[in-house]
Design a protein around this ligand. Structure first.
Ligand code: OOG
Ligand code: MG
Length: 261
């Protein structure tokens, strides 16, 4: 695939987001779209967003790291994407559905990095480099028609990233038993999902280690201050006007997301 083709695909995804309009998947039309090329397109797309939004990179997101999410999307390998400060929302902000195509919300664990982490790495090294962990919500909004894609399509689309919210009650990773870290997700006071941190690749720090090892292949590393979203611990839920979602993690506290009427 030529550089020009990569630019064309990045442009289409960029416009799809800005116009809140779905596009068709690219993988069928372009069999030359490999995973590696998809990450090249992701980089082009993110650079366009950085310029258009005058934004800065704030971290990384993992996706498809739990069986629940892999089954839901029919894609059975993890992916990563870039987070920008323009995607971050505070817990008190009411989320308007206006600026999305077909948003879904999902419960995650955020790792906030304290020390640079360069691959190859391991779970103990990730934990040692983590400053703290907090509950998180990710709002994903695939730019593809019917939220349907292949691995390569979703990577090019910055892994469906749209917004994220992180909690402000910070907990040091050494105080957390990730094996038994339970989670309860409620929608309008009704429990809609329960899970544990172990649903993310057996241990969410393993997902972070996977990210660091993938980044090393592209000459990149995790930087102090960056946020890393673990990937959802359960399936994702459609957001509707007036919904209130809350996620609680054992020992990490509660985080809310309020959708406008
Ligand atoms: C891809 C992104 C998945 C997660 O947490 O699993 C993701 C998608 O499902 O659209 O963010
Ligand atoms: Mg996610």
């Amino acid at each position: 695939m030529t550089e020009q083709m990569k630019q064309i695909i990045a442009n289409k995804l960029f416009k799809a987001e800005y116009n809140c309009q779905e596009v068709d998947k690219f993988s069928e039309k372009y069999p030359g779209l490999t995973t590696e090329i998809a990450y090249d397109i992701q980089e082009l797309l993110v650079n366009k967003k950085i310029i258009a939004e005058n934004a800065e990179m704030s971290g990384w997101k993992l996706g498809l790291t739990s069986k629940a999410k892999q089954k839901m999307m029919g894609v059975h390998e993890p992916v990563y994407g870039v987070l920008l400060n323009s995607m971050e929302q505070s817990e008190d902000e009411i989320i308007s559905l206006q600026s999305f195509i077909h948003p879904k919300i999902e419960p995650e664990i955020a790792f906030v990095i304290g020390k640079e982490l360069v691959g190859p790495t391991s779970v103990p090294e990730v934990l040692a480099a983590t400053d703290y962990v907090v509950p998180a919500f990710e709002i994903i909004d695939s730019r593809y028609r019917n939220f349907s894609f292949t691995l390569r399509d979703v990577i090019a689309d910055n892994s469906s990233s749209s917004r994220y919210i992180i909690g402000n009650q910070v907990v040091k990773p050494e105080l957390v038993d990730f094996n038994l870290l339970g989670m309860v997700l409620k929608k309008n006071d009704e429990v809609v999902a329960t899970s544990t941190a172990a649903s993310v690749m057996g241990h969410p720090a393993r997902a972070v280690a996977w990210l660091v090892n993938q980044l090393a292949l592209r000459g990149k590393s995790l930087q102090p201050g960056q946020v890393v979203l673990s990937g959802a611990l359960s399936e994702a839920f459609t957001m509707e006007a007036g919904d209130i979602f809350s996620v609680g993690f054992d020992g990490l506290g509660l985080l809310k997301a309020t959708i406008a009427d």
